[in-house]
Design a protein around this ligand. Structure first.
Ligand code: 2HA
Ligand code: ZN
Length: 272
């Protein structure tokens, strides 16, 4: 007997994460997308993995991920609606042997397909897996204060990261590797996908200037938490940036934090 996919932990987690992000105001309309790599073993509990519902061309080559399984939000779909109707708003597929197609096993039930940002997602998975074999999740979102900060702060990786680190004591501990920044680029393209993946070799967080953010991690919680921490710091920045700054977390304080918590941080992003 196959188990009911709607009770699968990974479907519940996708529902919870999209619902949280929607309620935080980060994912208006069809904004944002999530991809989550699954093990064949966990997928096989829910359906016959030889029963392909549809073959959907990827439009680019993902042969480094051949045979891998992903659950991914659908193109044009709203985070607001995932929880109510996971089968229409999500899809679960395997990358074909030649890396050219998505073999749909469940979901996109209204004839839909994966997010238009799939190139950036899959290319980021490939890049992160080389750095961290346990990476499973890529999230793209439009968090409000992070975006606002893009309009008033220099888009320099060192300066942007440094400002975020200054805004919350825990920032340097949560994202010691800092935040990569891409200039404004056309979204949905292979080009922005390749640029994002290149940044992902170095960073788990990548800003798409005046558009949003990408995060990567081992779990949905961890990846969500990374973006949430950046967003909190950006919020504090936006609440304080037009007033004189009287107090700040100093660079030597950040060194103490990084050393106390034993994290490997971007020393070159501090001014010491
Ligand atoms: O999928 O967020 O970047 C909607 C978007 C595109
Ligand atoms: Zn977007």
């Amino acid at each position: 007997m196959m188990k009911n996919i709607l009770e699968a932990k990974f479907v519940k987690e996708m529902c919870d994460t999209t619902a949280n992000m929607y309620r935080l105001g980060w994912d208006e309309r069809n904004g944002g997308n999530i991809s989550y790599m699954l093990d064949e073993k966990e997928v096989a509990e829910y359906f016959d993995i030889n029963c392909i519902l549809r073959t959907i061309p990827l439009g680019f080559n993902a042969n480094e991920l051949a045979g891998k399984y992903f659950i991914v939000t659908g193109t044009g779909k709203y985070f607001k609606n995932v929880e109510k109707n996971p089968e229409e708003n999500l899809g679960l597929f395997r990358i074909s042997k030649d890396g050219k197609n998505a073999e749909l096993l469940w979901g996109y039930s209204d004839g839909g397909k994966f997010t238009s940002e799939l190139p950036a997602h899959l290319m980021s998975h490939i890049a992160r897996l080389k750095v961290d074999p346990e990476n499973r999740v890529v999230i793209h979102s439009h968090p409000t204060y992070t975006l606002a900060m893009n309009f008033v702060h220099e888009l320099d990786e060192k300066k942007f990261t440094h400002t975020l680190w200054e805004m919350c004591t825990e920032c340097i501990v949560v994202f010691p590797d800092g935040v990569g920044v891409l200039p404004w680029m056309l979204c949905g393209t292979d080009e922005i996908g390749e640029a994002t993946a290149k940044k992902m070799e170095e960073f788990r967080l990548v800003i798409w200037a005046m558009h949003g953010i990408y995060g990567a991690g081992k779990t949905l919680d961890e990846t969500f938490g990374l973006i949430e921490t950046v967003e909190k710091a950006a919020q504090i920045y936006m609440l304080t940036c037009n007033r004189p700054r009287i107090n700040t977390i100093k660079d030597e304080d950040m060194v103490k934090l990084a050393e106390y918590f034993g994290v490997k941080y971007r020393k070159d992003f501090l001014n010491i």
